[in-house]
Write a protein that binds this ligand. Structure first.
Ligand code: NAD
Length: 401
């Protein structure tokens, strides 16, 4: 079987590699020539433990080759970005352009699958696009949606062992897609229709967002009430049926902070809670920045000099180097913009260099700072002692009891 993966990023490349390792003849397509070149040289352009060895193996054996153009295959997978536009409207133009690129190659019996996180109805839209261009293929090809739910950093395991939801435009399409994925997925492949599968992916990430918003809302209430939110949540979670997540300085990343907008954009009246959760999580970052600015002003009034402030963390979650949609980065930017003369030290131990922020070693920043702002619960920060000699703003529970 020959398969074509459109998009060789964090999801498309590992999936292409695993499929190639399991006997599929894979053409990996990316519009970025650098990605194509590196892949063909057996060099991984993303960070994913253990994946480069596998890539080298499948490139060497000829099971995977990369190209900037698709070619005739039996199955086509769209694994391209689905960001949102300025107004939080989903942008499916990458899916559309990848689909247009494969349309000329489609033939009777082929399988077309979208893996990109997509608004409800995207698979139907692409089906209409395909049949408008190639009406002779109506009822002759299989079309399905199969979202991805792997955790970067653990992709080799999760790609094979996670359960997956597969929704075809009809039963035959679902069956055909399940046949493909069962070549390398050991988790259960759950059948559904394409709209439910699209909504399922959005639901998973919106559920996380809403639950984090609850924790973040509690943190705002507790701050006003003079209650330690970490202790509170720990105690509430002693209830056998309560499981509250941890608050933080907001919600970031390219999934949880993005996907709920794919629901709110299309169902604005119905998605009140999902929209409010987005608002609360965004507000939490704004609130944190205000807290830092107020602490700096108070320090200046009391000590008649500007404070040295250590901003601890830029990534969107602990122990990673990914800064996409990061609330910590937003807070650091906002604080720096408002206090141009203050001495602000930016810390991110998982990143060597940054093109905007001059980075400082975490121990050095902590030692020098009058105000320490804990933004991300990176493991190294947990080795820094709590002290009353400094003002410590702990937004991520480094010193939680
Ligand atoms: N990264 C994750 O953890 C994750 C998890 C689940 C779902 N997803 C979803 O998977 C999809 C892909 O995400 P990603 O993280 O792999 O993105 P990515 O940005 O890492 O990679 C996408 C790749 O697609 C390429 N591309 C863009 N347009 C193309 C086209 N027309 N033809 C061929 N290649 C094209 C880009 O050059 C890029 O290399 C998105 O919808 C994302 O929301 C991502």
């Amino acid at each position: 079987m020959k398969a074509c993966f459109m998009g060789l990023g964090y999801i498309g490349l590992p999936t292409a590699i695993i499929a190639a390792k399991h006997g599929v003849q894979v053409t990996g397509v990316d519009i970025n020539p650098h990605v194509v070149e590196m892949t063909n040289q057996g060099r991984l352009h993303i960070i994913e433990p253990g994946m480069e060895e596998m890539l080298q193996e499948v490139v060497k054996s000829g099971a995977l080759k990369a190209s900037i153009k698709p070619e005739v295959c039996d199955a086509y997978f769209m694994v391209v970005p689905t960001p949102f536009k300025g107004n939080h409207e989903p942008d499916i133009s990458y899916v559309e352009s990848a689909t247009r690129a494969v349309i000329p190659y489609l033939k009777e019996g082929d399988l077309y699958v979208i893996e990109s996180t997509s608004p409800v109805g995207t698979t139907d839209k692409m089906k209409d696009l395909i049949f408008a261009e190639r009406p002779e293929l109506k009822d002759k090809i299989y079309i399905a949606y199969c979202p991805e739910r792997v955790l970067p950093g653990n992709v080799i395991y999760e790609l094979v062992h996670n359960d997956r939801v597969i929704g075809g435009m009809n039963e035959a399409s679902t069956t055909k897609a399940i046949e493909f994925y069962s070549q390398f997925v050991q988790g259960t492949l759950h059948r559904t229709n394409c709209k439910t599968a699209e909504m399922c992916k959005l639901t998973e990430n919106s559920s996380r967002d809403v639950q984090i918003a609850f924790a973040n809302e509690l943190s705002l209430i507790c701050d006003k009430a003079g209650i330690n939110v970490w202790e509170l949540i720990n105690l509430a979670n002693k209830h056998p049926r309560v499981n509250i997540l941890q608050p933080g300085c907001g919600v970031g990343g390219h999934c949880i902070a993005v996907d709920p907008y794919f629901i709110t954009a299309d169902f604005p009246v119905e998605s009140q809670l999902i929209a409010k959760a987005r608002e609360i999580n965004n507000y939490k970052s704004f609130w944190c920045a205000e807290k830092v600015q107020n602490a700096m002003l108070r320090f200046e009034l009391e000590h008649h000099r500007k404070p040295c402030v250590a901003m601890m963390g830029l990534a969107f979650k602990p122990n990673i180097d990914d800064l996409r949609e990061s609330p910590a980065k937003y807070i650091v930017t906002k604080v720096m913009q408002s206090c141009n003369n203050a001495n602000i030290l930016v810390v991110e131990p998982n990143v060597k260099e940054h093109n905007v922020f001059k980075l400082t070693d975490y121990k050095e920043a902590y030692e020098k700072a009058d105000i320490v702002v804990m933004l991300v619960a990176h493991d190294p920060f947990k080795t820094l002692p709590y002290t009353t000699d400094k003002i410590i703003l702990d937004f991520c529970g480094i010193y939680k009891k």
